[in-house]
Design a protein around this ligand. Structure first.
Ligand SMILES: *Cc1c(COP(=O)(O)O)cnc(C)c1O
Length: 382
């Protein structure tokens, strides 16, 4: 881009024309929120907020430095141990965001000689992380297609291994804009043959999926050996902020030594770590949250079917309704807003062209009657 005001204005003009310009709206705004990632209703939990406030008084508002300088506190340490326990891994490492966790994992564990095989609908942070590796074999397979992943491995892994490289299959556990689950067992089987690693970003699964909320790996009964690198975030079901990577001790130690997005950034505020510890305890103790959420998911899907609303196939709290063009999604979102519901329209480039959608998300904080009223509003708006 030319460094002129005209070039900037022209770039903005390009975005404005096809209804694709993004706008931020202040939250909360009094409407019932059906598009947040606060799946268990913990973001506004009094105990979580108090844990944060108490820790802020003790440790201050910020960490003051990166983890390797002086930002690593007892709250981070305890959270890491509790996360290792929760995920059944030897060790966990807290990152300041999920975006940085993904950049850190791939840039520390993979290099140019390695084969990266990734789902085409992976979260943007995984896509950027794979780019950062600058592998000459950075490949994508059609969404959710484990057979296609396997044929990429069969075709390219032997040559890469021969040349001294490793292989990685990289996927979201639950896809953030579609709500469907990755075919983890088939991916784990495919990669096993090449002694590679399955990297799972379970940002939308941790806390929510699986009988005890341990995520997609629990749902499919996959062991830490089958999923050696597990990424989770705190900004979704935990209702706070930040992320972690769990794995065996040496994998985590290598991240501490090598992940630039871990080393060269300020540690998560200790108060956020304390709040997340409280969330993690609640996630494990209050199983009613997942039960209520699952009953809302079933209620929503049954109600949508009865009203002829076409939802995507999804068993998770992410229940998208594809409308096609950006303007259709915007119009529906505006009608829902007028009816008292917040459901943001999701448009390209977040999702592929022609698949603009309402990404409806359910939460344990919703009531049955709110879900019923949303269904009526959706019927009127689409
Ligand atoms: C939200 C999300 C991230 C990013 O996490 P942040 O902590 O918000 O940076 C990464 N991966 C997936 C799949 C996500 O949904």
């Amino acid at each position: 881009m030319r460094c002129t005001p005209e070039a900037i204005a022209a770039a903005l003009g390009d975005i404005e024309s096809p209804n694709l310009r993004r706008r931020r709206e202040l939250a909360p705004d009094g409407r019932v929120n059906f598009c947040s990632n606060d799946y268990l209703g913990l973001a506004n939990d009094e105990r979580v907020a108090s844990a944060m406030a108490d820790a802020a008084r003790q440790f201050g508002a910020g960490a003051g430095a990166s983890h390797l300088v002086s930002g690593h506190t007892a709250e981070h340490d305890a959270l890491e141990r509790e996360l290792a326990d929760f995920t059944g891994r030897e060790r966990a490492l807290v990152f300041s965001t999920g975006y940085m966790a993904n950049l850190g994992v791939l840039s520390a564990l993979a290099d140019r000689r390695d084969l990266l095989v990734a789902d085409e609908l992976n979260h943007a942070s995984l896509i950027d992380a794979a780019r950062l590796v600058r592998s000459t074999s950075n490949l994508r397979y059609p969404h959710g297609d484990a057979a296609a992943a396997r044929s990429l491995l069969d075709r390219y892994a032997p040559g890469v291994i021969e040349a001294g490289g490793g292989t990685f299959v990289i996927t979201d556990g639950v896809f953030s804009m579609d709500g469907d689950l990755a075919p983890l067992p088939a991916l784990a089987t495919a990669i096993r043959e090449y002694q590679g690693w399955l990297v799972v970003d379970d940002a939308h699964g941790i806390g929510v999926i699986g009988r005890t909320g341990r995520g997609s790996c629990e749902l499919f009964g996959l062991s830490p050996r089958e999923v050696p690198v597990l990424v989770g975030t705190f900004g979704k079901a935990f209702g706070t902020f930040g992320a972690f990577v769990a794995g065996d001790s040496n994998v985590i130690e290598l991240l501490v030594q090598r992940a630039r997005s871990y080393i060269y950034t300020t540690a998560l505020p200790p108060a956020v770590a304390a709040a997340t510890r409280m969330s993690l305890a609640i996630v494990q103790k209050e199983t009613w949250r997942r039960e209520h959420l699952n009953s809302l998911i079933m209620r929503f899907r049954a109600g949508a079917k009865a009203r002829g609303l076409r939802l995507m196939e999804s068993a998770t709290p992410i229940q998208p309704m594809i409308l096609g063009q950006a303007e259709e999604a915007l119009a529906a979102s505006a009608k829902l807003a007028a009816a008292g519901f917040r459901v943001t329209a999701i448009r390209p480039p977040t999702v592929p062209h022609g698949t603009a959608r309402l990404r409806i998300t359910l939460s344990a904080s919703h009531s049955e009657s709110e879900v019923d009223r949303l269904l009526s509003a959706l019927e009127a708006a689409t």
